[in-house]
Design a protein around this ligand. Structure first.
Ligand code: G6Q
Length: 547
């Protein structure tokens, strides 16, 4: 029996499947020719973000059906359920309230009858006071010197958001301080991040929601040993050089960090949705409390837009439905995210976790198996660099790659003609992907006959162009919230829990079973498959041989 959560159970889904047969052969060239206003009509500006979605393979009828699909999937109720603190993360029995992290002081969001907004602001106030002390030099290291280096130790959601945000907001960051991010359990990450740092002026920010994650705990212990070794071994020094960002006070205390130096958050904040919680301490240390609050205001603006705008005027909803259209009807397997800003270098990696950890699922909320494709694979690189490598495949390959171009009207580094050249590339790429170059056009250029087919571009390759004014903390908040809600909307259509991550949890336990088998002095009894057993034996032999 079909689950009521199956998108295929919705009338609009079947209508879209039929409609697809009509749309698939249409070319964007024709759609634009038939409607000279298309480029001005199919765009939307809200919460400081302009979206041109006219270069998508849709008609008004397609959009109408997609909005019906959203309504039939109960999107309105699910949005309300999320914002009001219902336990929509069913498999973990938790509310999903990253939106409360950016609710203004005075707002009310209830979890089990308790307003959580005052707690959020209490932590923000403590973070602000701490950041002011560190940035102002009042917070001294163990030997009395001010802090100049901040090393965030965390992984996954406790690393990707802060690392992306630091990179994105570097223009606004303290240039006389150094910020490093250690995530990998590969000792190289720690060694390279700290090799030129002075322990007397280095603060470690241990970011871990659970404070049990193998990689982070290993790096945190190494950091403590490094710090102690550089500071004469006095255990008291830990209190001046370590702070914790966590929900697990007990484990923080057990590690040796005074819980007065812990900035907390709550189980209703998912790791990949936590960059605006205490997990953002390194961001706040870099850009200051004022800019951090601007970022939160940007998030909140987009939250309010998503919560209140009708679906046909709703940026995250429109983006999500277009993704569904390509993913489930055109069979597109990936989405390219192409920020035309060097500062957004880490944004595609951040988005990979946000989207793929949220919606890379094959079981629906009611335990039934999905019968359509869920999350596409997100990938990308900043433009224009990507243009000189993988764009070839987007233009002339055999796969359909819907692309998001992200551009800014103003540069934070206006240098001669650089910014005009950068933005010209965005428009030119989106135009060329949509309209291509016909045989007649190539021939008219005098191209030798044998080369003509190689130089033809079919076009009809869809893209969104997102344009924001300038990459500021507020703009970053708006942009991240846009994608968060885009991802959530897609999850609602597929009927899945976008807020659990059992695949990641599995990884956390798998390795710990093998570790003793690699380090045991005596030959362990191996009971894995023959491949894993052989690999373990080979590693032990090589290790013993000591190359
Ligand atoms: C995020 C995931 C995962 C998590 C890391 C780190 O949504 O759950 O990426 O953030 O595994 O977990 P801790 O913060 O608990 O160390």
């Amino acid at each position: 029996m079909t689950s009521p959560l199956s998108p295929e159970a919705r009338p609009a889904w079947s209508a879209l499947a039929t409609h697809y047969d009509m749309i698939a052969p249409l070319h964007l060239r024709d759609l634009f020719a038939q409607d000279p206003q298309r480029g001005e009509r199919l765009c939307l500006e809200a919460a400081g973000v302009f979206l041109d979605y006219s270069k998508n393979r849709v008609t008004d009828q397609t959009l109408g059906l997609l909005f019906q699909l959203a309504a039939q999937s109960g999107l309105r109720q699910r949005i309300d359920a999320m914002f009001s603190g219902e336990r929509i993360n069913l498999t973990e029995g938790r509310p999903v309230l990253h939106t409360a992290l950016r609710a203004p002081r005075g707002a009310s969001v209830l979890v089990d009858g308790e307003n959580v907004v005052p707690q959020v602001h209490e932590v923000l106030d403590r973070m602000s006071a701490f950041c002011d002390q560190v940035r102002g030099g009042a917070w001294k290291g163990h030997t009395g010197k001010p802090i100049k280096n901040v090393v965030n130790v965390g992984i996954g959601g406790s690393d990707l958001g802060p690392a992306m945000a630091y990179q994105a907001l570097q223009h606004f960051a303290r240039r006389d301080m150094r910020f490093r991010f250690v995530s990998n359990v590969d000792g190289t990450d720690f060694a390279e991040a700290t090799r030129d740092l002075d322990p007397e002026q280095t603060l470690f920010v241990i970011a871990s929601k659970t404070f049990t994650t193998l990689e982070t705990m290993t790096n945190a212990h190494t950091a403590r040993a490094w710090s102690l070794a550089g500071l004469g071994g006095d255990p008291q020094s830990v209190q001046r050089h370590f702070v914790a960002l966590s929900t697990n006070a007990e484990a923080v205390a057990a590690f040796g960090i005074d819980t007065k130096q812990m900035f907390g958050f709550w189980d209703w904040v998912g790791g990949r949705y936590s960059m605006d919680s205490a997990i953002g301490l390194s961001t706040m240390l870099a850009v200051g409390p004022g800019a951090f609050k601007d970022m939160l205001a940007g998030f909140h603006e987009m939250d309010e837009h998503f919560r209140t705008a009708p679906f046909d005027r709703n940026l995250p909803v429109i983006k999500a439905l277009l993704s569904i259209w390509y993913n489930d009807f055109f069979g597109a397997q990936t989405v390219a995210v192409l920020p035309y800003s060097q500062y957004l270098k880490r944004f595609p990696a951040y988005l990979q976790q946000l989207a793929m950890e949220s919606n890379g699922k094959h079981i629906r909320l009611d335990g039934s198996r999905v019968d359509v494709d869920t999350s596409p694979i997100y990938w990308g690189e900043p433009g224009t660099n990507g243009q000189h490598s993988f764009y070839q495949l987007i233009h002339q390959g055999t796969r359909l790659i819907p692309s998001d171009f992200i551009a800014f009207a103003h540069s934070n580094n206006p240098l001669g003609r650089h910014h005009d050249l950068l933005v010209a590339n965005v428009f030119a790429q989106a135009e060329s992907l949509a309209f291509g170059k016909t045989t007649a056009q190539v021939e008219a250029e005098g191209t030798p006959a044998a080369l003509v087919p190689h130089r033809v571009f079919d076009g009809n390759r869809p893209s969104n162009v997102l344009m924001l004014d300038r990459l500021t903390p507020k703009a970053l908040g708006r942009l991240v919230a846009l994608y968060e809600h885009d991802v959530f909307t897609q999850g609602v259509i597929w009927g899945i829990d976008s807020f659990d991550q059992w695949g990641v949890e599995l990884g956390k336990v798998l390795a710990s079973r093998i570790v003793p088998e690699l380090v045991d002095e005596s030959t362990p009894d191996l009971s894995h498959d023959s491949s894993t057993n052989a690999l373990i034996r080979r590693y032990r032999e090589l290790k013993r041989a000591g190359h």
